[in-house]
Design a protein around this ligand. Structure first.
Ligand SMILES: Cc1cc2nc3c(=O)[nH]c(=O)nc-3n(C[C@H](O)[C@H](O)[C@H](O)COP(=O)(O)O)c2cc1C
Length: 135
């Protein structure tokens, strides 16, 4: 199982409805290709985790070229024993009501430059888990 986590800048403002509409198509494709993961949209940035087999590389190449965003920057990639988002063809949660600590963590991820350090991996994946799976 491999994964990729990137951040990018959206090229326009997306409403919650527009994101949900886009997700319908993404999820259909991901379902067919056994791809799971999560998408976050925060203050003009996308953060996305893709999980699956080598087919995520092909998807990532398409995503990189997508004109709905730019400055696509790979933050983490590597191998997993087990998916984090195994129940989701692409999890999405609005960031409207996040607490201050989570806000700081997400900003830290968005503004970070180092890639693929063990500490970074733990921090990013830990933050995503906390964001999606704690009440
Ligand atoms: C932020 C962002 C995330 C995306 N995530 C996915 C995704 O998870 N699955 C997917 O099939 N397409 C996703 N896309 C869309 C792809 O970039 C692309 O439009 C889609 O795969 C169709 O490509 P095609 O028309 O060349 O086949 C995403 C696009 C953006 C901008």
């Amino acid at each position: 199982m491999i994964f990729k986590f990137y951040i990018s800048k959206s090229t326009k403002f997306f409403s919650e409805d527009e994101i949900l509409e886009m997700l319908k198509g993404f999820r259909e494709y991901n379902e067919k290709n056994d791809i799971t993961g999560m998408l976050l949209y925060k203050a003009g940035h996308f953060l996305q985790l893709l999980e699956g087999d080598a087919r995520i590389n092909h998807l990532y190449e398409k995503i990189e070229k997508d004109s709905r965003h730019s400055h696509v920057k790979l933050v983490l990639d590597g191998e997993y024993e087990k998916r984090i988002f195994d129940m989701w063809t692409m999890a999405y949660k609005s960031v409207d009501s996040i607490d201050h600590e989570m806000e700081k963590k997400l900003d830290e991820i968005i503004n970070s430059y180092d890639r693929n350090t063990a500490l970074k991996r733990e921090m990013v994946l830990g933050t995503l888990k906390k964001f999606f799976f704690s009440a």
